[in-house]
Design a protein around this ligand. Structure first.
Ligand SMILES: *Cc1c(COP(=O)(O)O)cnc(C)c1O
Length: 395
């Protein structure tokens, strides 16, 4: 007999509406505010700034656009160097290329999977020796886990280089009591469809530097000079968020804390059920931090478990379960061929190992118990089959 539920795909991180989105969209339509500006945009920016405890925020069309604006504000231009976490989505580094600048990639460390302070230190030492420091450092908080910001800030402050905190995946997370994305000169967030809250597509740039955010507003609206006609003195962009989408964002922001709790609960259940399996190790949560657990991720030691990450993902695919490899490090991407890269320690690559052994599990805040149990059982079966193959029960 066929169980229809079995064929329904369990997705990695689908959008999860709160139910209030329609009210905000309706209001935008009723008041004819369909423009890429309007009361919902203003409201969304204020509510985000309040939630995070920063002085100002600008809503933009994507997280990528927010990073691009941050680099523009820091006057990163052709030939400049920018340090960037290597274990991340390509969007973290693409804006470096938009500016004609040169990315230098920094490895992860094992306790947070994020930027290694020791690799960063080495990169700064070399840069100082060569007489050319980076213009900015882009630090990513992977899958909701904050990087070791205290150590990273200390190094960057010593060289007087500003940090752009890529908090696209860590909205709602905390680092030593402060909201993720508020520790650098700039923080950026994404509201892409797969993120913890979404506007279908969108982003936010935040900072305590009110003047800089004011300038970002100017740059993001084609850098239109204050003149009675269309006059432009510098290069701008069309990066503002529409008032309709900002309405969706306001409704989503209202349930953000609930979503963090759901994601953490999903993680706990996976941990409870799977952490005892041979060779399985979940992404750690650094002391003094709170992760939103955007995606539950773990590594598999194929010698202990008898199965590789690629084989596990295939086993999930066969069962209509969407699991993914951990991000492929950017220094291994053909796009960044030839870019400089600093490993965690000499001959010790953390990001490459995480890529080879890491898996992201379905973690949508709207996943139900039955679906999550399907994921759990599938992994248990896949590993049991392998361990029985390598250690056959004889009797
Ligand atoms: C999603 C994401 C971005 C970019 O966000 P978009 O809104 O899709 O442009 C940037 N950095 C990281 C780490 C992300 O996961």
């Amino acid at each position: 007999m066929k169980n229809p539920v079995k064929n329904e795909k369990v997705l990695l991180s689908p959008p999860h509406l709160s139910g209030n989105e329609w009210k905000f969209i309706q209001e935008a339509i009723d008041t004819n505010w369909i423009a890429p500006l309007g009361p919902h945009v203003d409201g969304f920016e204020k509510e985000m700034a309040n939630y995070l405890g920063v002085k100002d925020a600008i809503a933009v069309s994507s997280g990528t656009a927010a990073i691009h604006l941050a680099l523009s504000l820091l006057e990163v231009s052709s030939g400049d160097i920018v340090f960037c976490s290597t274990l991340t989505f390509v969007a973290s580094a693409n804006p470096i290329l938009y500016q004609g600048a040169i990315p230098v990639f920094i490895d992860s460390e094992p306790e947070t999977w994020n930027m290694s302070p020791s690799a960063l230190e080495k990169a700064f030492c070399d840069a100082a020796l060569s007489g050319k420091l980076p213009k900015a450092v882009i630090v990513v908080n992977l899958y909701g886990q904050s990087a070791k910001m205290q150590e990273i800030l200390a190094i960057c402050n010593r060289y007087n280089v500003p940090i752009i905190e890529d908090a696209a995946e860590s909205l709602g997370s905390e680092y030593q009591g402060r909201k993720s994305g508020t520790l650098g000169e700039f923080g950026i967030f994404s509201f892409n469809g797969n993120k913890i809250v979404t506007t279908s597509g969108g982003g936010m740039l935040v900072s305590d530097n009110v003047e800089a955010i004011q300038k970002a507003r100017f740059l993001a609206t084609q850098a239109k000079d204050p003149a009675p006609y269309y006059q432009h003195s510098i290069l701008g962009y069309n990066y503002r968020m529409s008032n309709v989408l900002a309405g969706i964002g306001r409704a989503q922001l209202q349930v953000l804390d609930e979503r963090v709790l759901s994601k953490r609960k999903i993680f706990s259940k996976y941990y409870e059920e799977l952490s005892e399996l041979p060779g399985i190790q979940f992404m750690p949560e650094l002391e003094g931090t709170l992760s939103n657990r955007w995606l539950t991720t773990f590594t598999v030691d194929s010698i202990k478990s008898g199965i590789s990450a690629a084989e596990i993902i295939q086993a999930f695919t066969d069962k209509h379960i969407e699991a993914r490899h951990v991000w492929k490090p950017l220094h291994l991407q053909p796009l960044f061929n030839g870019a400089k890269y600093y490993p965690h320690q000499e001959y010790k690559n953390i990001s490459e190992k995480l890529f080879k052994t890491g898996i992201c599990l379905p973690s949508g805040s709207n996943i139900n118990d039955q679906e999550q149990m399907r994921v759990i059982e599938s992994l248990k079966i896949a590993i049991r089959q392998r361990t029985e193959m390598t250690h056959p029960i004889t009797g």
